[in-house]
Design a protein around this ligand. Structure first.
Ligand SMILES: *[C@@H]1O[C@H](CO)[C@@H](O)[C@H](O)[C@H]1NC(C)=O
Ligand SMILES: *[C@@H]1O[C@H](CO)[C@@H](O)[C@H](O)[C@H]1NC(C)=O
Ligand SMILES: *[C@@H]1O[C@H](CO)[C@@H](O)[C@H](O)[C@H]1NC(C)=O
Length: 938
């Protein structure tokens, strides 16, 4: 019996206790690891290939998308193109995107390997040692540099330009729910838009399927530059691994996926559905996806603890896997959605099925319901909108130019987007400029097309900022990016300069700062107060005199064009203008000794000719997509049904004057932006146009004094390859016949007036070949009749190719669109203007003595005429004076369309406060209307 080794026994007990604790701990750890699907030590369970794959799938399900943790250790971009030389952009004013878009640095940007290597100042010794003579140095000369422009909503490549039937891959018509489709599969690499949009600074676009379906399919982020491979996939930025694999590597975090949804009118119209059908279709689809997710989660909770009995295969569906990923929160969902009722449905859907929404697009009414938007499941969606493009359909009717600022004031993220080619994304920065003009703060306006869309599309870790380690996508601008007409002097994508020999226009010095813009607080408040439909009617002052003080300049229209009546030399010599009964009675130094005068301080503003709009159906419709709000289209004699005899048969001619509608919102908004009159021809579906009318945009109805300015101004026709019906040669044959041997009937009188040179023949034509035929036809008819015809070509996208011939033939041109874009084949040979070409179509035509006017295509655009003509003048690089620019949007348009220029007492003039009509500094405050005998205060 020995002594009990108490100590030994204690030690044994202790050891045993320790062993138990270790075992318990190990089991616990094993349990936790198994639960997590992780292996503690080589598992004793041998997995079959199917089980191994399932385990791999289950683990991958738990990963959230985003860049890998070591993403910013990269020293070379995955998009780096070998042989690309390093660049140093020196002396730049750099908008970095940091600090909520408020950080601006002066210095240099070093780019190499497709990345921004640094921002600041770099020693020449360091540069020499690192790069030697390989480094390309660009002196930005204090120019603004921003990140590449990012477009969150584009159909580039899917709906290609020029549009051709064989290449439209925007919308599938098969079903309204198709999360399995991919925009990438229709991404045409041959699209004229790529180079054009790059020339506007756009480096990245999210390519969304169309909005015809409730779920249109998956979207892809694309860099616009050409790749060596020339393939669609090689343009995709961070392609989700699912793009070519159903079993992505489970060890890497997945990349963001993107999906398009749409609600409201588009999916309704496509399938003759109602909103109720569409939302149910969503719920049904999300229910399916949620069921699959549930089955997967249940499966994985067993598979990951090796409970394989009866488990079978991993539940999955090729059709639904993308929507399952949506309910897993791994997809950026972009939803085309306009109205409160539609947001309401989608917000409920997101909460029912617990998925976040990345952004609502178009979102015309979002500014009216910010609290509803904030109820979306997960983070509050961003709002991606147009600036002033609105009212084209009912659900866009309440959109407001103040929406960006109101949304921002409510803490929502505002993005400006193109919907390219609906709007040409080359000018996406113009959307930001307009948002800024109407009150979106400068920092947020630039962010709305750079850092914010980058973040919203889940790419903020590499694009949208000028920061060390980010992709080398940069734009060097010729002015502050928010100054009207800002144009890239160079664009880098992945460190590669995109403009081979850019034409850079010299801008006025003041354009190097963000313009100081007018105050619209009252208007913005009223937009909300009146549910998007604030009253727009002006206040007329008839008899009382109006005294304008602090007037910088007075420009008036006359037969020759626009004429300067008064111009202050400096701020000390600002003048006074008195208007009574709608016309000016004194300019310069005036007695202001009136008892009952209204005094308006123009704060160094101007009085300019009222602008004239042409090209859109303004005056004939309220809402483009709603036939019941419009005059409608006229019969076409060349269509199979022809013109009914009772209407006049082939000899009929329709007058737009008979269909006029007054006080449409677009007319009043244009009026408030200095457009005092419009000229409109009947809406023609074919060759035969009818008689145009000139009318006032301020009048309340047709019977008011001065409402109809000229009952008939011109005869209108179209000759287009894109017209439905007979050939171009037939269209020209018809024109020849009508000019040489007019058909009996009411139209005869008007064609005789044309051949007698009493009234212009206005022909919409774009292709140079057609325009050439028209020039020849003009000569032929003139030869036959011995009289000169007044001919005007409108549209005229390729007119610059015949500038000399048009000048010699005395044919005038209305460019429409004013900024060219190859929408159709016959529009494709555009003169793109700076930075791609030195000249613009307007400047080339003017240099050949062609009278040029600018037009608009859609009715909402009329209000932007002042900016279009200002832009045309800026783009001409000083070749076009202010007076000539004003003529482009006023006297020239009138002259080319046969509207007689009003005499002195019947002129319409526009008063602007804070600057002239062409500048971003000014606001239109009054119309001095001679034609209506009153002054309208706005
Ligand atoms: C960002 O800037 C806007 C406008 O300048 C401002 O209203 C907002 O509070 C800023 N946000 C932050 C987080 O600083
Ligand atoms: C799948 O696509 C990625 C990205 O384009 C590419 O890197 C990878 O090689 C592709 N895999 C296969 C198997 O083609
Ligand atoms: C344009 O007109 C002016 C004045 O009539 C004339 O001097 C000039 O030669 C013309 N230019 C062209 C290109 O026809």
């Amino acid at each position: 019996m020995g002594q009990v080794d108490y100590n030994a026994s204690r030690s044994r007990t202790r050891k045993r206790g320790l062993r138990i604790w270790v075992a318990v701990l190990a089991l616990a750890l094993l349990y936790v690891y198994r639960q997590q699907g992780l292996e503690f030590w080589p598992s004793s369970t041998v997995h079959s290939p199917i089980q191994a794959a399932a385990i791999s799938r289950c683990r991958a399900l738990q990963l959230q998308p985003g860049p890998p943790d070591d993403f910013h250790d990269r020293s070379e971009s995955d998009r780096f193109v070998p042989q690309t030389r390093p660049h140093l952009v020196q002396n730049a004013k750099i908008w970095t995107g940091r600090n909520n878009g408020t950080e601006v640095l002066t210095g240099d940007i070093l780019i190499d390997k497709g990345l921004i290597k640094g921002v600041g100042h770099f020693g020449s010794a360091f540069l020499r040692e690192t790069y030697g003579s390989d480094l390309v140095v660009i002196d930005a000369q204090n120019a603004w540099v921003t990140p590449g422009i990012v477009d969150i909503h584009s159909h580039m490549g899917n709906g290609p330009s020029p549009a051709l039937d064989g290449a439209d891959d925007t919308n599938s018509h098969k079903a309204t729910i198709q999360p399995w489709l991919r925009s990438l599969d229709g991404l045409n690499t041959h699209d004229d838009s790529y180079a054009l949009s790059i020339a506007g600074g756009v480096s990245v676009a999210l390519i969304l399927p169309g909005s015809g379906d409730a779920i249109g399919g998956q979207a892809f982020v694309m860099k616009l530059r050409k790749t060596a491979e020339r393939s669609s996939t090689s343009m995709v930025l961070e392609p989700p691994y699912t793009v070519n694999s159903s079993f992505p590597d489970p060890t890497r975090p997945p990349r963001w996926r993107h999906m398009k949804h749409a609600c409201g009118e588009n999916p309704s119209g496509w399938y003759s559905n109602t909103r109720m059908d569409t939302i149910y279709a969503f719920r049904d689809a999300y229910n399916t996806a949620s069921q699959i997710k549930k089955q997967q989660d249940e499966y994985c909770s067993k598979a990951l603890v090796d409970e394989w009995d009866g488990l079978g295969e991993f539940p999955e569906s090729l059709q639904w896997e993308a929507l399952v990923d949506v309910v897993r929160g791994r997809v950026k969902v972009q939803i085309h959605c306009y109205e409160a009722v539609d947001f309401d449905g989608l917000v409920r859907l997101s909460n029912e099925f617990k998925f976040p929404i990345s952004a609502f697009h178009h979102a015309a009414e979002a500014y009216l319901v910010p609290d509803l938007i904030k109820k979306t499941y997960g983070p509050t969606p961003a709002i991606a909108i147009f600036a002033t493009n609105a009212r084209y359909k009912r659900e866009a009717y309440r959109h407001s130019e103040f929406a960006p600022r109101i949304l921002a004031e409510n803490g929502l993220t505002v993005l400006m987007k193109s919907d390219h080619p609906v709007m040409n994304s080359r000018h996406l920065v113009y959307e930001a400029q307009q948002a800024y003009f109407y009150g979106l703060p400068e920092n947020l306006a630039i962010a709305s097309v750079t850092s914010n869309p980058a973040e919203v599309m889940g790419m903020g870790h590499r694009i949208g900022y000028i920061k060390e380690g980010w992709d080398a996508d940069l734009v060097i601008w010729d002015s502050h990016p928010l100054a009207l007409g800002a144009t890239p002097a160079q664009v880098f994508i992945d460190g590669i300069p995109q403009l081979e020999s850019p034409h850079v226009v010299k801008k006025p010095k003041t354009f190097q700062h963000a313009p100081s813009v007018p105050n619209f607080d009252k208007e913005a408040q009223e937009a909300v107060e009146y549910d998007g439909l604030p009253p727009l009617e002006p206040t007329a002052v008839k008899i009382r005199p109006i005294v304008f003080v602090n007037v910088k300049s007075v420009l008036t229209p006359d037969d020759e064009g626009v004429h300067e009546l008064f111009s202050a030399i400096d701020s000390g010599t600002l003048g006074t203008v008195v208007a009574e009964n709608g016309h000016i009675t004194c300019v310069g130094v005036c007695s202001t000794d009136f008892a009952d005068a209204t005094v308006i301080d123009l704060e160094a503003g101007s009085i300019s000719p009222g602008l004239v709009t042409f090209g859109s159906p303004l005056g004939l419709q309220h809402i483009e997509a709603e036939d019941s709000t419009a005059d409608g289209a006229i019969y076409d004699p060349l269509s199979s049904s022809g013109v009914p005899e009772i209407v006049g048969g082939d000899g009929a001619i329709i007058r737009a004057a008979d269909g006029l509608v007054f006080q449409t919102r677009d007319a009043l908004l244009a009026y408030r932006a200095g457009v005092t009159s419009g000229i409109v021809a009947p809406l023609a579906s074919g060759v035969f146009g009818g008689l145009s009318v000139s009318f006032s945009l301020g009048a309340a109805h047709k019977l008011e004094r001065g409402a109809v300015l000229q009952e008939v101004t011109a005869v209108h026709m179209k000759v287009l390859q894109s017209l439905p019906g007979p050939s171009v040669s037939t269209q020209i044959a018809l024109l020849r016949r009508l000019l040489l041997r007019p058909v009996d009937g009411p139209s005869k009188e008007w064609f005789l007036k044309v051949t007698n040179g009493e009234i212009p023949l206005v022909i919409e034509a774009h292709g140079a070949d057609i325009i050439a035929s028209l020039i020849l036809l003009k000569k032929e008819v003139e030869h036959a009749n011995g009289k000169t015809i007044q001919m005007t070509v409108t549209g005229a996208s390729e007119a610059h190719l015949l500038a000399e011939e048009l000048g010699e033939a005395g044919v005038g041109v209305i460019l429409n669109p004013a900024r060219p874009f190859p929408y159709l084949w016959e529009y494709r040979r555009i003169l793109a203007g700076p930075p791609l070409t030195e000249h613009t179509a307007a400047s080339v035509l003017i240099s050949h003595n062609v009278t040029v006017g600018l037009g608009v295509i859609e009715i909402w655009e009329a209000r932007n005429t002042r900016f279009e003509i200002a832009w045309a003048s800026l783009a001409s690089g000083g070749r076009m004076s202010q007076v000539e620019a004003l003529a482009l949007g006023s006297t020239n348009v009138a002259k080319l369309l046969g509207a007689k220029l009003p005499r002195k007492l019947t002129q319409d003039l526009v008063a602007t406060r804070g600057g002239d009509l062409l500048s971003f500094n000014s606001k239109v405050v009054a119309v001095i209307s001679g034609s209506r005998g009153l002054v309208d205060l706005l």
